[in-house]
Design a protein around this ligand. Structure first.
Ligand SMILES: [Mg+2]
Length: 238
């Protein structure tokens, strides 16, 4: 019998290397949108500003750069949408062999849920391109970028699945989103922190953003669960 009721996984920069595969084109679209809203720098300079802003830990790099370049809030909003909304142009995607192998190991340990947040059609298109929906017992897409929305979404997910919070591991790359949702619901939060990823500069803002454990990549999660005695390995009783 599994020691865990469920494992909840984030998509962007957890299962999928969004930073490498999707963010460069998204940054170009956002930079073009800022220029058309009045920003007077070229794309390379604007994208460099995005990178610097993220490295400093800002969760709102597009809007911050837009404001710094004198773009009005409506123009910044259009740039953010250009960054986030690309359901019709999501390229072919595939899990890496290592992530696919970890996926299989995790699925053998406990039921899996996907909990992702963003522009719903775009997130759905990524899931469709990866052809991973059937691997999950449930898939939850939180539409939009409302702060803390994953907290309530995870609460509903736990309730609907009948999963005990203390028997659930939540793995994601954002302290203020994935880990906060885990902690506020009483789950174990595992932070994936890969150097150079889009959110690698994001800091914990409160004690509820502090992870239970930190990994470099999701591929390390099965071994972590084994080490922590959460992999359902039967133990001799005294
Ligand atoms: Mg993520």
């Amino acid at each position: 019998m599994s020691a865990l009721d469920g494992i909840v996984l984030d998509l962007d920069d957890t299962l999928l290397d969004t930073t490498t595969l999707l963010v460069p084109a998204a940054d170009r679209r956002a930079a073009a949108a800022l220029r058309s809203a009045g920003a007077r720098e070229d794309d390379d300079a604007i994208v460099a500003r995005f990178h610097a802003c993220r490295a400093a830990g800002s969760p709102t790099a597009i809007q911050d750069v837009g404001a710094a370049l004198g773009v009005d809030p409506a123009g910044c909003e259009r740039a953010l949408r250009a960054f986030l909304e690309f359901a019709d142009s999501v390229p072919p995607l595939a899990l890496t062999p290592a992530v696919a192998a970890a996926f299989d190991e995790l699925a053998a340990l406990a039921p899996l849920a996907l909990l992702t947040q963003g522009h719903r059609p775009t997130q759905q298109a990524k899931i469709d391109r990866l052809a991973i929906a059937s691997r999950f017992e449930c898939v939850v897409i939180v539409d939009g970028l409302v702060a803390d929305a994953k907290v309530g979404a995870l609460e509903r997910l736990l309730h609907e699945r009948g999963w005990r919070a203390e028997q659930v591991v939540v793995c994601g790359d954002r302290p203020t989103s994935d880990i906060r949702a885990a902690n506020r619901n009483g789950c174990r939060g595992v932070l994936v922190r890969r150097e150079g990823s889009e959110r690698a500069g994001e800091r914990a803002n409160s004690p509820s953003d502090e992870p239970w454990r930190t990994l470099v990549c999701v591929e390390e999660l099965p071994a972590l669960l084994q080490r922590e005695g959460l992999a359902g390995v039967s133990r001799p009783t005294e």
